[in-house]
Design a protein around this ligand. Structure first.
Ligand SMILES: Cc1ncc(C[n+]2csc(CCOP(=O)(O)OP(=O)(O)O)c2C)c(N)n1
Length: 639
């Protein structure tokens, strides 16, 4: 049977092993071709093909519940659950999501994108089933990388709440985005050794104990009376948490997986099935280098090279290089990443022998990363916590309670701020200005170009009196003209990019751009100039603190104030400006009128996926649309 003939998991129930294996080849090919053309998560999806087939073969989905952790590995699941026809639209505007999404399919039981949520959500489903007197199965599928998230242990600690079967499948490929790190990962590696081997190892160990010390222990072992639990029982850690451990099994052996799941279903308990898979399986370039192909832009299948090579360095790269050179001068600087050394630019510091020992990858553990940084700061270090804007949401209380309340000089570097494109709503970083701005003691900066980014990280390392955050988008640099020197910026001060022309007295427009959206202000000015309006343009640089006196003076001289940011308009920079304007009286303003405020930013709703520029255009963040709003809001007779 061909993949195009599979309309629902029912269609694979009668297939034999050969047919299932053939199907797995076709699925792999389809995933590879799709990602090569459109980009997406390749390595993880290639590793879960057989697992997905076996799950849909055994379980009665959607009545039985499958919950994918992160969800970046679920392309095969999409293909088997009625989305074959629309597969080519995935991650594009209006198309299928790159992650499971409840509104997209009844087979997507739980929406995901962030890691380590599946065990808690699955337990919720399992307890709901018990309370409702239902009998369906609940299965959570989680990678070894995502197991390092603290929520997983919170869920395991609670898992005895359910009275029937609740199955956790641990998809262990020894990789997070890069190789999994930490003691838990080492523990899983030990479990991957066949049990027989470990029993023999214990026997050898006991036999090697001198007779006068270990005689009775040895005799008990030889007679088979020694309870091996604790010495040879694989998965002891899980057993101690009352979770029954099974495995490890070959995650690419469909008959073995089917048999295992059929057996596990019958056990009225919380069961963890440990399977071993290979990330990138079936495409040698990805299995040899799964990190490179974890999340990848369009590429040539023959050699893995990018279809559209980036013409200039990324901002991530600019940050990484700047931090490396600063860390070489200032030995107090330490870098902290939550499983994203490459993604956040810290791998440069990690790969340099001079700074390597001051970089810590803590795994997918954003909360821990922040409080760990707080401890380091207490002892005089200058921790730089580099985490994507969307993932730092995880650590909100840690930022407040552990860092800001104690006014510790921790530096937060938020990459992927603003809209991120095809990863969509789970990954857009559009709330950070709102959530950081409301925290006392916090300084919040947004560079408008790559050189300002360098100056901001430099300023942050000198700023020892409070926590400080810098956020910047997923972008490449504007130019190759990157300065080598650094300049310290005055905290809280904006930069005047262009003064208003006197001949624009009729409509006095003040455009304030936040971060890289300063470019939209320049575009807007271009559109306005066609009507003879030459506005003042400001690079905000800081979202907190604000130079209130400086802003009030500017406001008093303008009739329309426009804020442009790629953050939610709720609580963002525009809101901060509204707070200042609310305190101004008309007597302070030229012309006797407090200027009107036009806040351009992201709406109070979750924004879908799509190319960044097209989403911005749709949301009114283009020079043309901003200019139109300004003219609509101009005081009567002024435009
Ligand atoms: C809270 C959070 N932090 C970071 C990420 C970024 N991220 C996506 S997948 C991934 C690695 C997941 O590893 P694992 O669970 O082992 O799955 P694999 O890709 O190896 O199949 C990371 C760090 C995320 N999605 N969520």
């Amino acid at each position: 049977m061909q993949l195009s003939q599979i309309h629902s998991p029912q269609d694979i129930k009668g297939l034999n092993t050969d047919e299932l294996n053939d199907l797995s080849k076709e699925i792999r090919e389809m995933i590879l071709n799709h990602v090569a053309e459109h980009g997406g998560h390749l390595s993880s999806c290639l590793g879960t093909v057989e697992l997905t087939l076996a799950l849909h073969y055994v379980y009665d989905t959607p009545n039985d519940i499958l919950i994918w952790d992160v969800g970046h590995q679920a392309y095969a699941h999409k293909l088997l659950t009625g989305r074959f026809e629309r597969f080519s639209t995935m991650r594009q505007k209006g198309g299928l999501s790159g992650f499971p999404k409840r509104s997209e399919s009844e087979y997507d039981a739980f929406g995901v994108g962030h890691a380590s949520t599946s065990l808690s959500a699955g337990l919720g489903f399992a307890v709901a089933r018990d309370l409702l007197g239902k009998k369906n199965q609940v299965v959570a599928i989680i990678g070894d990388g995502s197991m390092t998230g603290g929520m997983v242990f919170e869920a395991l600690n609670n898992s005895k709440q359910t009275k029937q079967n609740y199955t956790i499948i641990l998809n262990d490929n020894k990789m997070s985005i890069s190789p999994s790190l930490g003691t838990f990962s080492k523990y899983l590696s030990k479990l991957s050794v066949k049990h027989r081997g470990s029993i023999e190892e214990v026997g050898n160990l006991l036999r090697s104990i001198p007779e006068h010390l270990g005689k009775s222990l040895r005799e008990l072992f030889e007679s088979g009376k020694l309870a091996l639990t604790g010495l040879t029982n694989p998965g002891q850690f899980f057993s101690d948490l009352s979770v029954r451990y099974f495995g490890p099994y070959d995650g690419h052996d469909i008959p073995e997986l089917i048999k295992t799941f059929q057996d596990i279903k019958e056990i009225p308990d919380v069961c963890l099935v440990h399977i071993l898979t290979q990330k990138g399986k079936g495409y040698k370039l990805a299995s040899d280098n799964p990190t490179k192909f974890h999340g990848y832009d369009p590429f040539h299948i023959e050699d893995g090279s990018m279809a559209f090579p980036k013409p200039r360095p990324t901002l991530t790269n600019i940050f990484g290089k700047a931090l490396l050179s600063l860390a070489k001068q200032d030995k107090s600087i330490v870098g902290i990443s939550a499983a994203m050394l490459d993604g956040c630019g810290l791998s440069l510091m990690k790969n340099d022998p001079e700074t390597a020992e001051r970089v810590f990858d803590v795994g997918i553990a954003e909360e821990h990363a922040v409080t760990f940084a707080a401890g380091l700061a207490c002892e005089g270090f200058t921790p730089v916590v580099a985490i994507y804007s969307t993932f730092l949401q995880r650590a909100y209380d840690q930022i407040i309670h552990d860092v800001a309340l104690q006014n510790l000089p921790v530096i937060f570097v938020l990459d992927r701020a603003g809209l991120v494109g095809s990863d969509g709503p789970t990954h857009h970083g559009v709330l950070d200005l709102s959530y950081l701005r409301s925290i006392p003691n916090m300084v919040v900066m947004a560079p408008s170009d790559e050189n300002e980014l360098r100056d901001m990280i430099y300023t942050a390392t000198l700023h020892k009196s409070s926590p400080i955050a810098m956020r910047y988008p997923r972008a490449i640099t504007y130019t190759n003209n990157i300065r080598t020197e650094f300049s310290e910026l005055e905290v809280g001060k904006f930069r005047v990019v262009r003064e208003r022309a006197k001949e624009s007295d009729k409509l006095r427009v003040l455009l304030i751009g936040v971060g890289f959206l300063l470019s939209k202000c320049l575009d807007t000015a271009g559109v306005l100039s066609e009507r003879g309006i030459v506005p003042t343009i400001i690079d905000a640089r800081f979202v907190k603190p604000l130079d209130i006196a400086g802003y009030k003076k500017l406001f008093s001289e303008h009739s329309v104030v426009v804020t442009v940011e790629d953050n939610s308009v709720v609580g963002g920079f525009g809101s901060a400006i509204a707070e200042i304007l609310a305190e101004m009286s008309s007597a302070e303003c030229i012309g006797g009128v407090v200027p009107r405020l036009v806040r351009c930013g992201l709406p109070d709703s979750f924004v879908g996926q799509g190319e960044i520029e097209e989403l911005q255009e749709d949301l009114g963040l283009s020079g043309q649309r901003i200019a139109e709003r300004i003219l609509e809001n101009a005081p009567k007779g002024s435009a």
